[in-house]
Design a protein around this ligand. Structure first.
Ligand code: AMP
Length: 113
């Protein structure tokens, strides 16, 4: 999508602090980190959010979840981590491109806000 900031990050048109990339996804540091390690992992193709995952694109999600543990090991996170995806207005989704927040490096509170 031409006006999607995460599509532009995936395409390298907007700079990001990228820590990983493959054919399917890109991981980069969140601009406003909520933990010592706070990555965003996005599919390269545009998917609006977790509410737009279907049988046609769910392989992207599986792939991202296969990638995440190694990413966090690479960031030195050994004590566990959290994966969050916000969905829609009430879910607090501010960027309408499917993304997974991956947070670690400290003990995380529960429940979230
Ligand atoms: P959400 O509010 O769940 O949609 O998450 C969007 C996240 O994207 C927020 O945590 C923002 O800090 C982050 N963000 C927005 N623009 C950028 C950017 N250009 N580079 C890195 N992170 C960004």
């Amino acid at each position: 999508m031409s006006d999607c900031i995460f599509c532009k990050i995936a395409a390298g048109e907007i700079p990001s602090d990228r820590v990983y990339e493959d054919d399917v996804c890109v991981a980069f540091r969140d601009l406003d980190p909520q933990a010592p390690v706070h990555l965003l992992v996005i599919p390269k193709v545009h998917v609006d959010g977790a509410d737009a995952v279907t049988g046609d694109n769910s392989g992207l999600v599986a792939h991202i979840f296969e990638v995440i543990p190694g990413l966090m090991r690479g960031q030195g996170v050994s004590g566990g981590f959290r994966v969050v995806t916000n969905v829609g207005q009430d879910g607090g989704q501010s960027v309408r491109h499917l993304h997974f927040h991956v947070l670690g490096g400290r003990a995380l509170g529960w429940p979230p806000g």
